[in-house]
Design a protein around this ligand. Structure first.
Ligand SMILES: *Cc1c(COP(=O)(O)O)cnc(C)c1O
Length: 480
């Protein structure tokens, strides 16, 4: 491809990108293809000869796009959002163009220093107490794994890295029954082992019960186990429950345990003064992660990891072979020593672009729109006679279910499962679910970058229509 062909193609793609982001509603929000559809549509062997870009682009539109679920579609209310925005995409294009490896300061000084600047901005925006140092990771999963590796080494005086066995160091990591699966994964990957993970009971609002935590820690100490880390969540994935950070932090402080905060989704809301209460006690934390790639209009991937004592990172992860030695060593941050992977993308650029282009106030404004739309939606659902709210909704996730009185309660789980299935095959709305105390619960997140009141109302309408449709069909019990 010549520079001129690149220019021509790029202009064409940018036109397509602008149209796509302006109106993703043209597409079904959840991909409707079946397993194997794309596998069968693509040639099994790579082309020997160059193919025209126009053909590749046509195939992208005709073959690939139908297999994409549209995360930027305003009807995307499943899981948590993975938002994008125009400024983020602009920066990402430049990042791809530069194709820089940002593993060491020397390999692209601006990438390291910009990362330091934007992470300090984020710390200020979210009101983080002083003493934290930031680094961008690919995901909250990696961030948490790194936190637990540091905790493990701190708890064992750096012996685990050497000896590598939990027989000698019976470590315990604590979360709650609502803690994200990435913590269990990190516990396993860190060699602590599934047996070293305690999921503490939650209170009725699904937040971790600090008394139960204290009891578990005392019991483990009595049994000669080594409490290693506690992971508290600000905004659990199931219901956005907010663990009591200060109380948990004080327990950690008393017992000398690493305190990690997983605010992957809800951390963005700390930018709002009216949500700072969620972070009360953050000064007691050793590390914290939140994902601008979820609810801060910065396209995946961009996970903000903050840690107090960066020596742990370097002690745990720095391996310095001769070919990576640089003259600036010791004088600058080499973020590959703060991350699992050596090669690092230049992710700071899009974060910088997003924060400057929106302005902190612009970000706040968007978050407030989402939060107020969620309040309205929650109010509406509360007025439905055959639905109930299943968990407190402190942010923009609503947990609810239908409870049709004309059906036996024993069938409500199945009924809601059917609602979800039909909603998701409508092409206009995408929700996901969780189970709360065994009850099948629908999750609706209002956080799409440009979601409007009209779109939220049509989502609610779709839900009602689907529910009524199922109820209007012959009831299987009567058929039997
Ligand atoms: C989404 C989420 C994660 C996982 O985030 P990744 O960046 O995809 O690894 C972890 N914890 C919580 C609370 C989440 O909501």
């Amino acid at each position: 491809m010549s520079p001129d062909e690149f220019r021509k193609n790029a202009h064409k793609l940018v036109d397509w990108m602008a149209d796509y982001l302006a109106d993703p509603e043209k597409y079904p929000v959840k991909s409707q293809i079946k397993p194997g559809d794309l596998l069968n549509a693509l040639p099994p062997h790579p082309p020997e000869k160059s193919e025209p870009d126009s053909q590749i682009f046509t195939d992208f539109r005709e073959l690939i796009l139908p297999g994409i679920s549209h995360w930027q579609h305003p009807g995307f209310m499943a899981y948590f959002p993975a938002n994008s925005s125009y400024p983020s995409v602009l920066a990402e294009m430049l990042t791809a163009t530069l194709g820089a490896q940002c593993m060491l300061w020397e390999t692209s000084p601006a990438a390291t220093e910009l990362e330091q600047v934007v992470m300090n901005w984020l710390a200020e925006m979210t009101g983080l107490p002083s003493g934290f140092h930031g680094v961008i990771q690919d995901s909250a999963s990696s961030s948490t794994l790194i936190a637990l590796l540091c905790a493990r080494e701190k708890a064992t005086g750096y012996k685990f890295n050497e000896d590598g066995s939990n027989q000698i160091h019976p470590l315990v990591v604590y979360g709650s029954t609502q803690t994200h699966s990435s913590i269990e994964k990190a516990v396993k990957l860190a060699g602590i082992g599934r047996a070293g993970y305690r999921q503490i009971a939650v209170r009725p609002d699904f937040s971790l019960d600090p008394e139960a935590l204290e009891t578990a820690i005392r019991e483990d100490i009595r049994n000669r186990k080594i409490p290693c880390a506690v992971v508290a969540t600000i905004g659990t994935t199931g219901t956005t429950a907010i663990d009591p950070v200060r109380e948990i932090g004080e327990i950690c402080r008393r017992h000398g345990i690493w305190f990690h905060i997983d605010a992957a989704f809800a951390g963005t809301a700390l930018i709002l003064p009216e949500f700072r209460w969620m972070g009360d006690g953050l000064e007691l934390a050793d590390s914290l992660v939140f994902n601008p790639h979820k609810w801060m209009f910065t396209n995946f991937d961009c996970s903000a990891f903050f840690i107090k004592d960066t020596r742990h990172l370097v002690n745990v992860m720095s391996v310095l072979p001769e070919y990576l030695r640089t003259p600036s060593h010791g004088k600058v941050n080499n973020f590959s020593d703060w991350s699992i992977q050596l090669g690092r993308r230049f992710r700071a650029l899009k974060l910088w672009w997003v924060i400057r282009s929106f302005g902190v106030d612009g970000i706040r404004e968007k978050l407030r729109v989402h939060l107020s739309l969620a309040r309205q939606a929650e109010q509406t659902i509360r007025t439905w006679s055959d639905a109930e709210i299943m968990a407190p909704s402190p942010l923009n996730l609503i947990c609810f279910r239908f409870c049709p009185k004309v059906r036996p309660e024993s069938e409500w789980n199945e009924f809601n499962e059917e609602v979800l299935k039909r909603v998701n095959s409508s092409g206009n709305l995408y929700l996901s679910h969780t189970r709360l105390n065994g009850i099948y619960t629908l999750r609706m997140v209002i956080g799409q970058t440009n979601v409007t009141e009209g779109q939220v109302n049509s989502a609610l309408e779709i839900l009602l229509n689907v529910k009524n449709q199922i109820l209007s069909e012959p009831y299987k019990q009567e058929l039997k």
